[in-house]
Design a protein around this ligand. Structure first.
Ligand code: HEM
Length: 138
C-alpha cells in the first residue's frame, strides 16, 4: 500500500504544480503584445497542460481510488475530500478551455482576472491535506 500512496502523493504534487503554474502563464500571456511571445506562451501552455498536468491528474485519481477501494478507506473526511477533488477537476477543465481561447487568439480577459483565478486551487489543496492527514469525523 505504501508504494501506491507514494505514487498518489508524487502525482498529486505534479498535478498541483501544473494547476498553480498554468494560470500564472495565462497572467503573462494576457499581458503579452508581441507575436513571438504569443507563440511561445501557446507552446508552453500546451506542453504543461497535456504533458504534465493532465497525466498528473489522471494518475492522482487512479492511485487515490486504488487506495480508497483497495484498502477499505472511508469516513466523512474522504467524502469531503472527494467533493474538493471534484472542484479541482472542474478547475482543471476550465484551464483547458482557457488554453483553447489563447490558442485561437480569442482571449478577452485581462491579467488581473487570471491573477485572482491563480489562487483558487489553494482553496481546495489546503483543506484536502488537513482532511486526509487528520481524518476528522463530522
Ligand atoms: C479521487 C481522488 C482521490 C482519492 C480517492 C484519494 C484517496 C486517498 C486515500 C484513501 C489516501 C490514504 C489515506 C491514508 O493512508 O491515511 C490518500 C492519501 C493522500 N491523499 Fe488522496 N485521494 C484523492 C485525491 C487527492 C488529491 C487531489 C490530493 C491533493 C491535492 C490528495 C492528497 C493526499 C495526501 C497528501 C495523502 C497522504 C496522506 C497521509 O499519508 O497521511 N489526494 N488519498
Amino acid at each position: 500500500m505504501l508504494w501506491i500512496k507514494s505514487f498518489h502523493i508524487i502525482f498529486m504534487i505534479t498535478w498541483m504544480a501544473g494547476m498553480l503554474y498554468l494560470p500564472r502563464l495565462y497572467v503573462y500571456h494576457a499581458m503579452c503584445e508581441d507575436e513571438i511571445g504569443n507563440a511561445r506562451f501557446k507552446v508552453m501552455e500546451r506542453k504543461l497542460y497535456y504533458g504534465i498536468m493532465t497525466p498528473g491528474a489522471i494518475l492522482t485519481i487512479v492511485f487515490g481510488t486504488w487506495l480508497w477501494l483497495g484498502y477499505g478507506f472511508g469516513g466523512s473526511w474522504l467524502m469531503w475530500k472527494l467533493l474538493l477533488v471534484i472542484a479541482l477537476v472542474a478547475y482543471h477543465i476550465w484551464c483547458g478551455l482557457v488554453l483553447r481561447t489563447f490558442r485561437d487568439d480569442k482571449n478577452t480577459r485581462g491579467h488581473t482576472f487570471y491573477r485572482i483565478m491563480n489562487e483558487a486551487p489553494v482553496l481546495a489543496l489546503i483543506p484536502i491535506v488537513f482532511l486526509v492527514v487528520m481524518k476528522p469525523s463530522f
